[in-house]
Design a protein around this ligand. Structure first.
Ligand SMILES: [Fe+2]
Length: 258
């Protein structure tokens, strides 16, 4: 027995879809209610679907009773403000877990590398059921910003960089890939993030939107990469020492973010 996964994600673990015509929709994300929630960088989140329909962002497994990242409950006050976003999250017909808009302030490549983390979407998921993956729909036009994916957290040779213009759509197995966004700014970046359960509905959606399993990765100056590697290790060590001084064993990033 194993999980149901998408064949479209088999080759690389991520897939890009045709760009959505974002300019045709109103900027609904600006009307939503946001809450502070720690993720990769300086962020706030506006949940559209949560554990019980409240405006909060905690993992479904951190509630009582705990459950995996499925069967998110839509939040009427938020859906009312962002009908297009709610429609788009439900378009595949796949089960939706957490669904929220992330607001990310500008950062640096080194920040993004330090913030790399894996999600924990499949905690409590049971074999035989669909594997939970994540979709990113970029809402603002950030063609110079990049979604960074690494198979190996510390190995830049495993890095993929995908640009984030308005309407870009990327689906990633975020429990497999270390990921973070390098947002060059100058304004905050907004993106709709949805947890979808793999299965025939998601497969059909990816196919209908011409899923690309080998999208082009953006090149980056090796010197910038090397400097960021040094900075990442410096910050990790700095954090480890700070925790150690308090007698705390540092938790893995997957527990801090997701
Ligand atoms: Fe994540």
């Amino acid at each position: 027995m194993s999980f149901i996964t998408s064949s479209a994600l088999q080759a690389t673990g991520y897939v890009t879809l045709d760009r959505y015509d974002q300019a045709a929709d109103p900027a609904e994300w600006l009307d939503l209610e946001y809450v502070g929630w720690r993720s990769s960088g300086i962020t706030r989140f506006a949940p559209l679907a949560s554990y019980a329909g409240d405006i909060e962002c905690n993992g479904f497994w951190n509630h009582t009773p705990p459950r995996t990242d499925k069967d998110g409950v839509w939040i009427p006050s938020q859906v009312e403000k962002a009908p297009n976003l709610a429609r788009r999250a439900q378009e595949p017909g796949a089960n939706v877990g957490r669904c929220r808009v992330i607001e990310l302030q500008p950062n640096t490549y080194a920040d993004a590398i330090y913030n790399l983390h894996q999600d924990d979407n499949n905690r409590m998921n049971e074999e035989g059921d669909g594997w939970v993956v994540r979709a990113w729909f970029n809402l603002t036009d950030d063609p110079d910003s990049l979604l960074i994916l690494r198979e190996d957290r510390f190995d830049p040779s495993t890095e993929v960089r995908l640009p984030l213009p308005a309407g870009s759509r990327i689906i990633v197995d975020t429990q497999r890939f270390w990921h973070a966004v390098w947002h060059r700014g100058p304004s905050p970046r907004y993106s709709l993030i949805t947890s979808w359960t793999s299965g025939p509905e998601l497969d059909a959606y990816i196919e209908a939107n011409h899923g690309e399993q080998h999208p082009q990765t953006v090149a980056l100056d090796p010197q910038i990469i090397d400097a960021a590697q040094v900075e990442m290790h410096r910050r990790i060590e700095e954090r480890r020492k700070a925790f150690e001084a308090q007698g705390i064993v540092m938790e893995p990033p997957a527990d801090l973010y997701s």
